[in-house]
Design a protein around this ligand. Structure first.
Ligand code: FAD
Length: 390
């Protein structure tokens, strides 16, 4: 090959838009992913497992709840958190999900809506990865419409009693603590549920074809009794869980691009090596068109993510803007992953290369934290002032 090719995110030199500390954090996470995730991820994916000790390792690096202040959290800016998600997801969406659910969903629920006592009790050990958390909102019959949830919390003297079933809960079976959202007399409430509480169980969901390097579970709550202080005191509506989902979606806006970048880098390298009709397929115009189109979308997605990150750091990010970012970047990431798969031909369907693993993972990313259809409706409502949800 005549010239060293330029990386798909280097064409626009977007790196120059980052500060020194942001670049340093990104480089650190990339190195950890190269050393700890890449050599093992195919096996984890095949065996449908993820080592629990990763939580402690990520905790030691300050990746859990990394953009929160105090309580053992690293207190970085939001862009740095986004860049960390991007590098983690370049390894695997399941690995990024472990960090997102721990930080943006379970820890953020307590950080944003908990009492000072609850924060002191739970957050430092969760930030260190000593305790793993999960976030139970979705139910078997209520995913896109959590307002219909059937899980109930009723007051019985000094205690709360929870009954219900949650579905598709990341980290459920490995969690020490579950944040469970339930219907209450005064609306909706969030509850901190230690997973060894009698009546709580979390059977693992098996046979997933996506996000295999991530534990997904059902949560079953049968007369789970909790002390009065288990309720998050600062929220009585769906604003609680929805604010947490916004946090996690922000990570996905960046994260999904990591998966796409990994696919594109793989496809470019492969196209330079693979010879068909006596020449590298990188030399065919059809291949170059695919690569050029994908590099364009990847860079546009990064500029969008960075813009949203800067808005977040300025305290000006709105939920509908996060919807825009999630809709665009996950949609483009999955399209890139699938197109890269075509460049790899038959080799693309194996676990030897990351592309179909990423594409399969992105099917879940497209669906969780609000499906692409739901985010489309959020944008439609913002544009027209008319809700089309029901
Ligand atoms: P449904 O709500 O049944 O939707 C089915 C289809 O109908 C979708 O295409 C949807 O977009 C479409 N649809 C729904 N309403 C409308 C409408 N008004 N107009 C047009 N189309 C519509 N949940 C948690 O609480 N915690 C977790 O940790 C978690 N982790 C997950 C991990 C994985 C691997 C997966 C796959 C899911 C996870 N989820 C989790 C659940 C996820 O958030 C839900 O799957 C998601 O909200 C969609 O709900 P659903 O699957 O019930 O689909």
């Amino acid at each position: 090959m005549p010239r060293t090719p330029v990386g798909p995110l280097e064409l626009l030199a977007v790196d120059h838009l980052l500060g020194d500390e942001e670049r340093a954090i990104q480089a650190t996470v990339r190195k950890v992913v190269d050393e700890r995730v890449r050599p093992n991820i195919a096996q984890w994916f095949e065996e449908a497992t993820i080592p629990r000790e990763l939580a402690r390792e990520f905790g030691a690096l300050g990746l859990l709840g990394m953009h929160f202040d105090g309580y053992g959290c690293a207190g970085t800016n939001a862009v740095s958190y986004g860049l960390a998600c991007m590098e983690l997801e370049a390894g695997d969406s399941g690995v990024r999900s472990l960090v997102s659910v721990q930080g943006s969903l379970a820890m953020y629920s307590i950080y944003r809506w908990g009492s000072e006592e609850q924060k002191q009790e739970w957050l430092p050990r969760m930030a260190a990865g000593e305790l793993v958390g999960c976030f139970g909102l979705t139910e078997p019959d209520f995913g896109s419409n959590p307002g219909g949830m059937r899980t109930r919390a009723r007051r019985d003297g000094d205690e709360w009693v929870l009954d219900g079933t949650k579905m598709w809960i990341t980290n459920g079976s490995i969690a020490d603590v579950a944040i469970v959202w339930a219907r209450t007399e005064d609306g909706f409430g969030g509850f901190i549920v230690p997973t060894d509480t009698p009546g709580f169980s979390a059977p693992k969901i098996t046979s997933k074809l996506s996000l295999r390097a991530s534990v997904t579970s059902e949560l079953v709550l049968e007369s789970v009794r909790l002390p009065a202080g288990a309720r998050l005191p600062e929220v009585h509506s769906l604003r609680g869980p929805l604010s947490c989902l916004d946090e996690a979606r922000f990570g996905i806006v960046f994260g999904s691009l990591g998966a796409a970048r990994d696919c594109l880098e793989t496809a470019i390298a492969y196209s330079r090596e693979r010879e068909v009709f006596d020449r590298p397929i990188a030399g065919f115009q059809l291949t170059q068109k695919k690569l050029a189109d994908m590099a364009l979308e990847l860079q546009k997605g990064f500029l969008l993510a960075l813009h949203l990150g800067r808005l977040k750091d300025a305290g000006r990010l709105e939920a509908r803007q996060v919807s825009l970012g999630k809709l665009n970047n996950v949609r483009e990431a999955i399209a890139i992953a699938r197109e890269c798969r075509t460049i790899l031909g038959a080799n693309g369907v194996t676990l030897e290369y990351p592309v179909l693993r990423h594409a399969n993972n992105l099917e879940s990313v497209l669906t969780y934290e609000g499906t692409s259809e739901v985010h489309t409706l959020v944008i439609g409502q913002a544009l027209t002032g008319v809700g089309a949800f029901s």
